[in-house]
Design a protein around this ligand. Structure first.
Ligand SMILES: [Zn+2]
Length: 247
């Protein structure tokens, strides 16, 4: 698997970073893991043809993690003239929330007769599933989003990419990260334990329980962006828009 970071920002564009969006190439398929509000712009800024994307996997239903989808879908229909099938999966509630977002931004758009095969699926947490050749397993995180927020574990070709989604510390992250080649974890704040979000201080306390080969920090607010050197010195990888690594 190859990971390209399209967006590593928080909800507010801190540091000029785009909202969360990770592009994962398995060699056979290309999927986005989260597709936050600014992600269509971010993909185009990187000259990525959105018709090459087979699917979108959502950790949770906050705008900075799924909000580009109405724009992505309408671009696919009217501008990029997509023909390739598109699969969108997310936690329970994805179908309803996506339709609601479509209707808020572009009334009647949820009734569009799509010119490409569009499949929208919902992944039940803790039940192993398969999406576009990726083995997927999700776990419920601690993060209010009006539907289950999840951490996501993807496996392909003997490699494992794990992702926390947004969450404060929960022991549910331990099996998600276990044995992963790369665990991407939100690290929103430097030392405040805010409800629903991780801090670097808490992560350091819990780090020994995360048995991933590499851990990468993302979704950083200004307090954490200012401490990236400290994170690197402590042995973490730090996400950046445009960074690409083999998993
Ligand atoms: Zn969130």
């Amino acid at each position: 698997m190859r990971l390209t970071i399209i967006g590593s920002g928080d909800a507010f564009g801190s540091g000029g970073r785009f909202n969360t969006c990770f592009m994962i190439d398995s060699g056979e398929r290309r999927v986005l893991l989260d597709c936050g509000a600014s992600s269509l712009v971010a993909l185009k800024a990187r000259n990525i043809d959105i018709n090459t994307i087979d699917g979108v996997i959502l950790s949770h239903l906050h705008g900075d993690h799924f909000g580009a989808l109405p724009f992505f879908l309408l671009d696919s229909q009217f501008h990029s003239r997509r023909e390739r099938p598109l699969t969108i999966v997310g936690p329970p509630g994805t179908r309803e929330r996506l339709n609601a977002a479509m209707e808020v931004f572009f009334p009647r758009s949820s009734k569009t007769a799509w010119k490409f095969p569009l499949e929208i699926g919902e992944i039940t947490p803790a039940i192993p599933d398969e999406v576009l050749g990726f083995a997927i397993n999700t776990a419920v995180a601690i993060h209010q989003s009006g539907a289950p927020s999840t951490a996501v574990r993807l496996a392909h070709g003997g490699r494992v990419l794990a992702y926390s989604g947004d969450t404060e510390w929960t022991d549910a992250l331990i099996p998600i990260a276990d044995g992963a080649d790369l665990f991407v974890i939100e690290c929103y704040d430097y030392d405040r334990n805010l409800s629903g979000h991780m801090s670097f201080a808490r992560l350091q306390e819990k780090r020994a329980q995360l048995r991933a080969r590499r851990i990468m920090l993302t979704h950083m607010n200004p307090t954490m962006l200012a401490r990236q050197d400290e994170a690197v010195a402590a042995g973490f990888l730090v996400a950046a828009d445009g960074l690409a690594i083999d998993v």
